[in-house]
Design a protein around this ligand. Structure first.
Ligand code: G4P
Length: 527
């Protein structure tokens, strides 16, 4: 197979959803379907440490999953599928942003009874910003779901994406009979679905047009009638699939099914293979890098420290953007200019880690981080180019970090430094006062950080409230920035890159400053 064919057969995607919509279940079924795990339950088993009684335990539990299931690969129809995990909890939306930077498309999973939920909205916002192509899967059709037209309308209104239904449900809940694929003119019978987990062959597929009496026989007259009406509306009044519009994030193909019953899931997989994009190109400061170029390039999108508490290790997750990544070869870390040997690149499937000998454009590998990597760093075979960084956003909650034990201040600083490199929080150093400020996107991250600082670094600390509303990176002419800092020294700090940050106590202060300093920009994201 030529290198270009290898790349064309890769699909790197993420599943995003509101908690409980069925992401774990769907992930498991996809892995099982692809033969990557022997029995369903292997992904869930990892998060099985039940007792998610308090919020931070929930986060720890999620951290447990995201560690082992950061990326999972499985085959489908001659393609190599890379599924990148996204954290389910809303307080980790920055992690999701980074995960979405590493994928070429996304699947949004919606609970058919609940429709679009808050977390779906937030995550879709991220997809929109990145123009990620999105396929929608409406789950739990074996339970009573809402009227499909209402769901399409809601998706279009709230997510801003016109729907293109490619399958339609016949009934739902106890009267769920199956789904009808408009493209293949085929009815997939829920009653005849496979029951045996050893058997991956499709059954219960009947090819006939919508006006066939077979539909009444298999779907029941009432449900068949409703399906015909729905199909008539969909084909008459809704747009057809326009692949370019999908690729540009301007429409979303929609499928119905039940992840739990592995029903309708093959339609989704076939669509990922059939219409979802293969790795293609990525902008850098020098030029556009094409996925089928020979030379290796990639970037770090996630760093996870102390994955195994027994061995202090740090793992960097690299998305390969072009060329081939070969175990044991040296790559250049462009920012530092260092050459680093890729001694033990790792892939993950459910609970298992395994070493990889080579990886291609679109793949994701975990590599040991000797402490030099930062999120967004570029790695190449030698060329000096930098991929666009992954932005950091203004945190929404701030606190002053006070060490409970002054003798462990060094460990505290070290822990904070490492956790911020992971992207778990941002640290700001004010020009006034001895204590650092910590900023997080979701409050729960405070608990997690406190817990991890204590557990992983032996550093006990307290977080004291501070009157900071948000942070703004001050950008502009060097001299003017310095002047601004001097005049507002008590409300200014530096971020970990040394950039000047304004920390207003109230929203109106940003507007005020903007009026007073029209030549400066007060940015809520650092690129
Ligand atoms: P999440 O990762 O998105 O948070 O969701 P997860 O897969 O854990 O699923 C949440 C609940 O929804 C689970 O039930 C799961 O079994 C159920 N579920 C997922 N897909 C379907 C489906 O297609 N149909 C039905 N009826 N249920 C579905 P649970 O009771 O919370 O957990 P469990 O006891 O089943 O493990």
């Amino acid at each position: 197979m030529s290198f270009s064919d290898i790349v064309q057969k890769r699909r790197t995607f993420a599943i995003i959803s509101h908690p409980d919509a069925g992401k774990t279940t769907l992930t498991e079924k996809l892995l099982w379907y692809g033969g990557a795990i022997r029995e369903a339950g292997m992904v869930r088993a990892k998060r099985g440490r039940k007792a998610a009684t308090s919020d931070w335990m929930e986060i720890e539990r999620q951290r447990g999953i995201s560690v082992t299931s950061s990326v999972m690969s499985f085959p489908h129809d001659g393609h190599h599928m890379n599924l990148v995990d996204t954290p389910g909890h809303e307080d980790f939306c920055e992690d999701t942003f980074r995960a979405l930077a590493a994928v070429d498309s996304a699947v949004v999973l919606i609970d058919g009874a609940k429709g679009v939920e808050p977390q779906t909205l937030r995550l879709m916002e991220v997809c929109r910003m990145r123009r990620t192509p999105v396929i929608t899967f409406i789950n739990k059709c074996d339970r009573d779901i809402r009227d499909p037209l209402e769901l399409f309308d809601e998706i279009e209104q709230s997510l801003g994406l016109p729907c293109v239904p490619l399958t339609l449900p016949c009934g739902s809940g106890v009267s769920f009979r199956g789904v009808y694929s408009l493209a293949d003119q085929a009815f997939h019978s829920f009653a005849e679905r496979k029951q045996d987990d050893e058997d991956r062959t499709e059954r219960g597929i009947h090819r006939f047009g919508l006006d066939s009496a077979e539909l009444d026989r298999l779907g029941g007259e009432r449900e068949a009638g409703k399906l015909r009406e729905l199909a008539e509306f969909v084909t008459g009044a809704m747009p057809g699939l326009d692949r370019d519009a999908y690729l540009q994030g301007r429409q979303t193909p929609v499928f119905f099914g039940s992840a739990l019953h592995l029903f309708g899931v093959k339609h989704l997989l076939d669509a990922l293979v059939g219409i979802a994009p293969a790795p293609s190109r990525r902008a850098s400061d020098k030029r556009e890098v094409m996925a089928d170029e020979d030379a290796f390039t990639g970037f770090v999108f996630k760093i996870q420290a102390n994955m195994d508490p027994k061995h202090r290790d740090r793992m960097a997750f690299v998305r390969v953007c072009s060329g081939k990544f070969v175990r044991g070869e040296k790559v250049t870390h462009v920012t530092s200019g260092r050459e680093i040997r890729m001694a033990a690149p790792t892939t993950f499937v459910a609970q298992d880690r395994s070493l990889v000998d080579e990886a291609f454009s679109g793949d994701i590998v975990g590599i040991h981080d000797p402490g030099v990597f930062r999120i967004g760093d570029t790695l190449t075979g030698g060329e000096k180019l930098l991929f666009e960084g992954i932005p950091e956003f203004s945190p929404e909650h701030f606190a002053r970090v006070v060490s409970k034990n002054p003798l462990r201040s060094k460990q505290l600083s070290q822990g904070l430094e490492q956790l911020t490199q992971e992207g778990a929080a941002q640290v700001f150093t004010p020009f006034s006062g001895p204590h650092q400020l910590l900023g997080v996107v979701g409050r729960l991250q405070f608990d997690v950080i406190q817990f991890r600082l204590s557990g992983e670094y032996g550093a006990e600390c307290m977080f004291e409230p501070v009157p900071v509303w948000s942070s703004r990176w001050v950008v502009g002419d060097e001299e003017k920035v310095r002047l601004f800092k001097d005049q507002n020294i008590f409300d200014c700090a530096t971020d970990r890159h040394g950039g000047l940050v304004y920390l207003p106590s109230h929203e109106f202060k940003v507007r005020l400053m903007q009026e007073k300093w029209p030549d400066l920009k007060f940015e809520s994201a650092r690129r």
